[in-house]
Design a protein around this ligand. Sequence first.
Ligand code: PEP
Length: 252
Amino acid sequence: MSRVPMLIGNWKMNKTLQEARDFAQRLGQQSMHLKPGCEYAICAPYTSLHLLRVMLPAQVQLGAQNVYHEVSGAYTGEISAPMLVDFGTKFVLAGHSERRAIFGESNEMIARKVSTIMKAGMTPILCVGETIAEREAGQTEHVVKEQVLSGLANLESGEVETLVIAYEPVWAIGTGKTASVDDAGQVIGWIRQILVDQFSSSVANHVRILYGGSVKADNIASFVGHPEIDGGLVGGASLEADSFVGMAKAIE
Ligand code: PEP
């Protein structure tokens, strides 16, 4: 089946309001290049969500980078799913490798976030991927399988088919090194097979699985050209509007 490709930006902890405004203005000037055959989103820091909701071109949806699994209460410093829904947020990242490594998020915490995002009516982007040590030890398949299965543990199969998974080998994030297209396609093929085995072929065929890790305008087409890869989750190269548009044009 044909799945609509996606280009998702992850700004990480970048951009003041003025910088976010400049990005949105520049993207707006080039919005004719954002074609309907692809879905676009920017996962921004919470502080830029309102501005982006107002200023982003209509083709570009709003994403957040994190959420807390409780709806309200004494959780100082956290943001809940209903708060994100208020901003018109469509996508939320869960399990990004920086959250796993720096903030100690476990597979169990990530699973709670995934179901919280889903139950609030937003779309989780579940991020999975092996470290370089795990790859060199031949554990990629095992690590990714555990992350996928535990991340989806609280979902019904009807929910699973609407979600997005991003395969992001940790060693390729922000390093300028990418997985080869064949390697990325192979791991994403394994992920799809996990979904077949655990849920059904129909579910597996609906789920969009992206590649992330040093994607930019001059390499995204080769990833998206692979039949298993449904788009890119992009950090550094999503920070400039011209580069975002360059990737959008390359996917066409
Ligand atoms: C990311 O932040 O998810 C990412 C893939 O970053 P980069 O594109 O900079 O490697």
